[in-house]
Design a protein. Structure first.
Lengths: 107, 107
């Protein structure tokens, strides 16, 4: 057993990811951000689908080709199909933002 | 996009499950309990592995053959291998207990 909310990394020079499950069919990660964003011009372009939820904190996701940013707060989830290019445009610096991400292959 | 914390079912005569992702490799469900427990003598015996986290509320899981109950509160997660018989021994009646469960096949 473990807990998603504690302990948190004490130092966050960059986004920190912890793999909770790693199987042939999926990977579950807890990701902690604190004011981190994707570098300007960087886009995630992933082989896997990603279902991701913000559990604490606040974030904004940007999707390539979409004008509007996706504002996310506690409980908000989104499914990102493989190769849908996206980036983290903003996370709050007021508190850690805790994400739970499930990466999986098949539709 | 959706939110895990709202809306919640307004009536909870029994535990309510909502499928968020259903793919060949996994199924993600939000489950809401409010004082519900597994019937006496009932054990879940699942074909799939289940990674499950309590996001709000409190619960106790019982595993067949284990003397100690697993106390779970916000953020607590556990991985339940396929066919590990278990039951929900208790959920609090003070508030809804919100679970996120990821069911998957392969180790």
């Amino acid at each position: 057993m473990g807990n998603l909310f504690s302990p948190l990394p004490s130092q966050l020079p960059e986004e920190v990811s912890r793999v909770l499950v790693n199987s042939a069919s999926l990977r579950i990660e807890r990701i902690v951000s604190h004011g981190h964003t994707s570098p300007a011009g960087f886009w995630y372009d992933q082989e896997e689908n990603e279902w991701v939820v913000v559990l604490k904190g606040r974030a904004r996701l940007q999707f390539q080709g979409a004008e509007k940013l996706l504002e996310m707060g506690p409980g908000d989830f989104v499914n990102i199909p493989a190769h849908q290019r996206h980036r983290v445009q903003w996370t709050t610096d007021q508190e850690p933002t805790i994400w739970l991400a499930v990466f999986y292959h098949h539709d």
